[in-house]
Write a protein that binds this ligand. Structure first.
Ligand SMILES: [Zn+2]
Ligand SMILES: [Zn+2]
Length: 484
């Protein structure tokens, strides 16, 4: 960082982003755009304020501290999404490999049964006859293998490549945007005493941040789900005394699912086929649940948070936090615990130390019912049950947006996917919606009463199974929607 600005860096700063080999000469105030002579000629001839760069840069001051914060934020977001995308490609490859080994196993069985068949039919026959059969066998096996190699494996490989191609494009864009922005980030401190260069660098930097924002929004956070299948699964246990009330759902990365059943005061573990395989009785009527690690969840109920670990398809109670507040919703992001206490949102550390109160609305009961955090931690979402609202807060608790919709009455369960997509269910309206990451508009109605949704309580997305799981009130079943 302390090295002076290199000639190469200066050249790249002065280069037009659109026209290769052209040097920046002007600044168009109408478009907020740095222009080369070609830019001016082609796109800004009618603009009123196109000023030569040295003139445009004089007297302009940039808040570099602020710029540096937003640059670092954008860089970390790009890094997050790059990793996310790479993980998706990896899991695609793993599932393909698993598929391949299934095919190989199937083939092995086929050959074995064929050989067995030959053996049985050739027993007690003469040697001469057997010769023919062996030749037959060899031919048949050769044919089987060739067929296998030609069609099945190749087909699967092509399918994988086809599925990976768009993921690769997006990953590369992440890498490119990160690279460009990082270079500007490094260049800025070196040009602070050169007004023209620092004006160019800061303008380019702001442009890149904006571009990354739009890129992430379009490719990740506001990518709309489409539902293409549904299944219903019973989660009632013989020992349950009441109809279920699934107030929280958590999907584990291994495809298992945890549900919190409020009426029966149990946390249940479902296997990959959504069958109950283990459960724990919890003292308090649990109300909220969130993932802490791939094999640990935190369950919030009444005035405590109970940690539960999952191993070998069994649940075990871990440590417990006693709180001075009633807790209903709970969310976790990199060591921060967010707890909804019906009319306020508090931030705690994982060890139970109160950090601060982030938000409060005492104008009604249950104004802060459930919460969820965006993957980069810069946005918090709250379902305000009694106010029929979905609230979006900044990291520091500032209210950024309020969403209301006749299709979202008594919002309950909330979930943010690893890509940043926001899911919310309306208890009274019997709906599951996808809302834009800004928390200002609806992107899709994913399910309604017509799809079997009735009094939904909780919602969760599993990227392992590409499905949205919905838990309901006074209902023994959960709904699983397959999505793309
Ligand atoms: Zn240009
Ligand atoms: Zn212009």
């Amino acid at each position: 960082m302390k090295w002076p600005l290199s000639k190469k860096m200066e050249t790249s700063l002065l280069a037009c982003a659109i026209h290769k080999g052209e040097k920046l000469t002007n600044y168009c105030t109408d478009h907020n755009h740095l222009c080369c002579s070609k830019c001016v000629e082609l796109n800004h001839r009618r603009c009123l304020q196109v000023t030569p760069l040295p003139l445009a840069a004089t007297g302009k001051s940039t808040d570099f501290k602020n710029l540096s914060v937003s640059t670092e934020n954008a860089l970390s977001q790009l890094k997050y999404y790059e990793t996310y995308q790479k993980d998706r490609m990896k899991s695609l490859k793993v599932s393909y490999k698993e598929h391949e080994s299934l095919i190989v196993d199937g083939l092995r069985l086929e050959i074995m049964s064929f050989l067995l068949q030959c053996e049985t039919s050739t027993v007690n026959r003469t040697h001469e006859h057997m010769q023919y059969t062996v030749i037959d066998m060899r031919e048949k096996i050769k044919y089987l293998l060739a067929d296998f190699e030609k069609s099945t494996i190749k087909e699967k490989k092509e399918e994988l490549n086809l599925k990976q191609a768009p993921l690769k494009v997006v990953t590369n864009s992440c890498i490119r945007l990160h690279y460009e922005l990082f270079h500007l980030h490094v260049a800025i401190p070196k040009v602070l005493d050169k007004p023209e260069l620092s004006f160019i660098a800061s303008t380019k930097c702001l442009e890149n941040i904006q571009q990354s924002d739009i890129f992430i929004k379009e490719n990740f956070s506001n990518k709309v789900f489409t539902v293409n299948g549904k299944s219903v699964h019973n989660v009632k246990m013989p020992s349950d005394s009441f109809t279920c009330d699934i107030l929280a759902v958590c999907a584990l990365p291994n495809g298992q699912v945890l549900v919190a059943d409020r009426f029966n005061v149990k946390v249940k573990l479902l296997n990959q086929l959504y069958r109950v395989v283990s459960h724990l009785d919890v003292k308090q009527k649990q109300l909220g649940m969130c993932l802490i690690t791939p094999s640990e969840v935190a369950v919030a109920g009444h005035d405590e948070v109970q940690f539960i670990t999952v191993s070998h398809s069994q649940l075990a109670k871990g440590r417990k936090l006693k709180l001075q507040y009633r807790c209903c919703g709970i969310a976790h992001h990199q060591g921060d615990l967010y707890i909804c206490s019906p009319t306020a949102l508090y931030k705690f550390t994982l060890s139970g130390k109160l950090v601060c109160r982030l938000f409060e609305d005492t104008s009604a009961d249950y104004t802060v019912w459930k919460c969820a955090v965006s993957p980069t931690g810069d946005r918090l979402y709250i379902s305000s049950w009694y106010k029929h609202k979905l609230l979006t807060l900044a990291r520091d608790g500032t209210l950024l947006a309020t969403y209301t919709d006749p299709a979202l009455l008594s919002p309950h369960g909330l979930h943010v996917t690893p890509a940043g997509q926001v899911l919310v269910c309306g208890w009274l309206s019997s709906t599951v919606l996808q809302v834009g990451w800004e928390g200002q508009s609806k992107l899709a109605t994913l399910a309604t009463m017509e799809d079997g949704v009735r009094w939904p309580r909780s919602v969760c997305y599993s990227s392992t199974t590409s499905s949205i799981i919905v838990g309901q009130w006074e209902d023994d079943t959960i709904l699983v929607f397959r999505v793309e």
